[in-house]
Design a protein around this ligand. Structure first.
Ligand SMILES: C[S@@+](CC[C@H](N)C(=O)[O-])C[C@H]1O[C@@H](n2cnc3c(N)ncnc32)[C@H](O)[C@@H]1O
Length: 686
């Protein structure tokens, strides 16, 4: 009888894993019976149910075999690996191409052979959730590309990175990362292994017990730790490292337990979806880390998995939807345990601090786990706190101050439109959306050599009033800054117009991370960025000077940081500016990613440039941060706040600068503690 096409497909899928038709047949038959011949259940996710059921059956049979009788080895040698993970008949998998029709009657459990399997390098599965019975297998996620075992959604590019990272991190021995390099396997498999086995790439199958207490991986896992690799061929051994507990048996079985008991102290913990846990790990290691950080390792990754498991579990609402696996019979809930010291050492990771409000996610990472996650509310754009008079109305924009007659992209016009007037009849941006070199150069020169440029003077300066309200000193002057003016709502061009960069929002891949130099949190780029690239604007609450002053007065000694930026670019031209008219941006409680960007004296890689978008005057404007040189992936962003560290009269005391720049302006001794360290960013003090 001609085999059923679905049977042939199933056989083919299993053959690609090196499993013979003979062995698949009884398993498939059982599953068809169990699922009432519902093929969809068997076929979904690349036959994961079938694969799981197959391995489960093998495991059961092996256990039974061990109990009943000594195991017979076809080649007379003891196996190094337990059948649970690697099995198969060499001849069958290599030569048996028959796809006999499957009939219920011809079910036959294959002999309990215990042989090392020759398997293609690509044959690996990860993320198998152990079912309660052998036939209830769920959650096998297998990936067969490039000989690298991968997490389920890993893109081809990411897999390359994964491989690159393995070597960079010195963890090539990790079978999860690299299974196809025979040299590496030779180095890590004990000497009594048969040569055929040494040259044979293996498959791994990882099992995950989902439960609030421990997450376990069972794997043919000789090489996770070198010390454990050898122990797998000698005596049983158990090692503990952080949240990870590794036990190995003389049969080559290694079990990795990830202790997530910290979850148990959390009343809101719900068991998360394993796919979501895996995805979150991928986000972190493949996208955020790009698998190139030297300190990354599988141990760290598994530890991270535990952390993500907890975090995702906690993020599920008690009454809302829980994981589809949460009530599954396949979930193993283990007894309660207490929180250990190790739990306190786990890192902090947030997938997206923007709450989805930006074009791109921004992750937060504290690899030490020592710092509390910052408490603030993410806002992507400036928001008026209360009294600030920011008059945004179309009526204020004169017809000649916009380009109502334009269409499409203003940058493509042979004669630049009215919106280029502010920048001398030329747009500040290139068609690639970068700052033009000349414009950037002029802005840099103002930043670095302010005295070479023009200043305007207030009749009564709000800054001087804040120093001495009774007898304020004369205004020291405000630099006449270069502005960018972008097209806006009254303009006829479209949103893709090249003169709309800042208003389109953040595009770069950024990460908030804990700096090593004692600067607290910082921001880094996760990709190479060219010179003149818009990174983000400094967004916060728009406050009047009066409101800012009141806030500063209310701050307690523990509340160390405030992040106000004065919008003083137009102060001099406004004559007498009252405190309730002078504006600033405060990102302390409500702000965007820029609130984490640290200061660097003089040679910072970002520059702040005022940008006029909705309002035609310069009373209120946006403060946009652009790269002033090429910035490499993983470089920390910095900008020069313009602090005069020698100005001891300033109402706001500066921090002790740890910028590390050879041009650092802070000459005072390090280590002096400040009770309340506040900093006014972005005004050059001369
Ligand atoms: C705008 S915030 C930057 C983010 C901040 N690091 C955090 O953890 O939230 C400014 C504060 O960061 C710290 N900071 C920034 N640059 C620094 C530097 N070069 N040296 C020391 N501390 C710095 C100071 O505490 C300052 O008040």
């Amino acid at each position: 009888m001609a085999p059923h096409p679905r049977v042939i497909k199933a056989y083919n899928a299993m053959r690609s894993l090196g499993i013979s038709d003979e062995e698949v047949k009884p398993v498939l038959k059982n599953l068809l019976q169990l699922y009432d011949r519902n093929w969809e259940l068997i076929e979904e996710d690349n036959y994961r149910t079938l694969i799981d059921a197959y391995f489960e059956l093998k495991e059961d049979k092996q256990t039974e075999g061990k109990r009943k009788a000594p195991i017979s080895y076809l080649d007379g040698r003891k196996p190094k690996h337990k059948l649970h993970l690697v099995d198969g008949d060499i001849q069958a998998s290599a030569t048996d191409n028959s796809s006999e029709g499957l009939s219920i009657e011809d079910t036959e459990i294959p002999p309990n052979v215990f042989k090392q399997k020759i398997i293609k390098p690509s044959q690996t599965s990860i993320g198998h959730m152990e079912p309660t019975t052998s036939s209830q297998a769920l959650q096998t996620v297998s990936s067969k590309v490039d000989g690298i075992s991968t997490l389920p959604c890993m893109a081809a590019r990411d897999r390359k990175l994964h491989r690159g990272k393995a070597s960079a991190a010195g963890h090539c021995e990790d079978p999860i990362v690299e299974t196809s390099n025979p040299r590496i396997q030779r180095e890590n498999i004990s000497s009594d292994h048969h040569q055929k086995e040494l040259m044979t790439p293996r498959t791994e199958k990882l099992k995950l017990h989902l439960g609030p207490v421990s997450t376990s991986y069972n794997a043919l896992y000789q090489n996770v730790h070198k010390e454990d690799a050898t122990s797998a061929c000698n005596n049983s051994k158990r090692t503990q490292k952080g949240n990870i507990d590794i036990a190995s048996s003389p049969l080559g079985e290694i079990k990795i337990s990830l202790n997530c008991e910290v979850a148990l102290g959390q009343p809101n913990f719900r068991i998360p979806d394993l796919d979501a846990v895996m995805k979150s790990i991928e986000e972190k290691y493949l996208k955020a880390h790009m698998i190139v950080e030297p300190q990354s390792s599988m141990v760290k990754l598994l530890d991270d998995l535990c952390g993500s498991y907890l975090k995702l579990g906690l993020s599920l609402s008690p009454n809302g939807s829980t994981s589809k696996f949460a009530n599954s019979r396949n979930v193993t809930c283990l007894p309660l345990q207490t929180v250990t010291e190790d739990d306190k050492n786990s890192f902090h990771f947030l997938d997206d601090i923007t709450k989805g409000s930006e074009n791109v996610k921004i992750s937060l990472l504290d690899e030490t786990g020592s710092e509390d996650v910052p408490q603030f509310n993410y806002i992507p754009y400036n928001v008026i706190y209360q009294d600030a008079n920011v008059n945004i109305s179309l009526a204020r924009i004169a017809d000649e101050g916009c380009c109502a007659d334009c269409a499409g992209d203003c940058l493509s016009l042979s004669l630049p439109c009215a919106c280029s007037q502010e920048t001398g009849g030329e747009f500040a941006y290139t068609p690639r959306g970068l700052l033009k070199d000349d414009f950037l150069k002029a802005c840099m020169s103002m930043k670095l050599e302010p005295l070479d440029h023009h200043f305007v003077y207030c009749q009564e300066c709000p800054l001087e009033r804040s120093r001495n309200d009774i007898v304020p000193e004369p205004c020291k002057g405000h630099l006449v800054r270069k502005f960018i003016k972008e097209c806006w709502r009254k303009c006829g061009c479209d949103m893709q117009c090249g003169n709309r960069v800042v208003q389109r929002g953040l595009r770069c891949k950024l990460q908030v991370f804990l700096t090593q130099e004692g600067k607290g949190w910082g921001v880094r780029t996760l990709e190479d960025l060219p010179k003149g690239c818009f990174v983000c604007e400094y967004a916060g609450e728009i406050l009047t000077n009066t409101e800012l002053y009141e806030r500063i007065m209310q701050k307690s000694g523990n509340d160390r940081h405030t992040y106000p930026v004065t919008l003083d670019a137009d102060w001099g031209s406004e004559g007498v500016l009252k405190d309730e008219e002078a504006l600033c941006l405060d990102a302390t409680y409500n702000g965007n990613v820029a609130r984490f960007i640290n200061h660097r004296c003089s040679d910072a890689n970002l520059i702040d440039i005022p940008v006029e978008v909705e309002t035609p005057d310069r009373h209120y404007y946006h403060l946009a941060l652009f790269t002033n040189r090429n910035v490499n992936a993983y470089e920390e962003f910095t900008w020069d706040y313009g602090i005069d560290f020698d100005d001891h009269e300033h109402p706001i005391k500066a921090f002790n600068c740890c910028c590390g720049s050879p041009f650092c302006r802070d000459k005072k001794q390090k280590g002096q503690s400040d009770n309340l360290v506040l900093v006014v960013l972005s005004h050059v003090r001369i």
